[in-house]
Design a protein around this ligand. Sequence first.
Ligand SMILES: Nc1ncnc2c1ncn2[C@@H]1O[C@H](COP(=O)(O)OP(=O)(O)OP(=O)(O)O)[C@@H](O)[C@H]1O
Ligand SMILES: [Mg+2]
Length: 240
Amino acid sequence: MLSIKHLEAGYGKVKVLHGISIDVPKGQVVTLIGSNGAGKTTTMRAVTGMIKPTAGDITLGTTKIDGFDSYKIARLGLAHSPEGRRVFSTMSVSDNLVLGAFPRMTGSRPKGDVKNDLERAMELFPRLKERRNQLAGTLSGGEQQMLAMARAIMLNPEIILLDEPSMGLAPILVDEVFRIIARLKSEGVTMLLVEQFAAAALNVADYGYVLENGRITAHGAADKLMNDPAVKAAYLGGSH
Ligand SMILES: Nc1ncnc2c1ncn2[C@@H]1O[C@H](COP(=O)(O)OP(=O)(O)OP(=O)(O)O)[C@@H](O)[C@H]1O
Ligand SMILES: [Mg+2]
């Protein structure tokens, strides 16, 4: 579904990614684990066209997408729930969600039933349903984070990139987010997941990659990685 090969990218003269390769097969959840500053968000930005790779190939399905503009990549069915709260603050919750489905109005994605999907998104995130008419900018940080995730789902995407969907959420809502990820997975949604809670991410994922200083240093089936002594020591707090 999504194949990243020998990707190099960075900011100006500073190279952050030094030739990483990641494969996200259809229907699977793949997680990218790494410390702060390892290059996880940069990977997401390169895949979504927010920054242009300097080398390597990114293929979505059969289309080579590296160098494409973000809107074009979204139209091909790749949704992105970015790090931090990127919502349209002067628009209501439901308008933000409908906007997530915008590429479906352009004929580039199957249109489907946007109204029905809006209701479904609200069912997934009851907190958003209660606040559907509230301006997104007045939501709490955690609620905005959930809105960004729900908006990505509204694309009815082939694949969703989730960059720290649990960031800033209270523990009970973190559990909620992982439940939603597991539910989407059971519905066959393909995901690339970046999470600070590495153990929980590996628990829901099929496969994982460890990113250190812009290089993949380990990868494997999620259950294997979870028991890898080096991964345990560095990312799982030794307690799993
Ligand atoms: N816009 C930018 N301009 C210059 N350097 C940047 C920019 N964004 C990120 N960097 C640098 O690139 C490196 C990788 O950052 P990135 O955001 O990809 O890390 P990350 O793995 O997502 O970390 P975190 O877990 O803290 O979110 C860091 O050294 C960071 O300082
Ligand atoms: Mg990040």
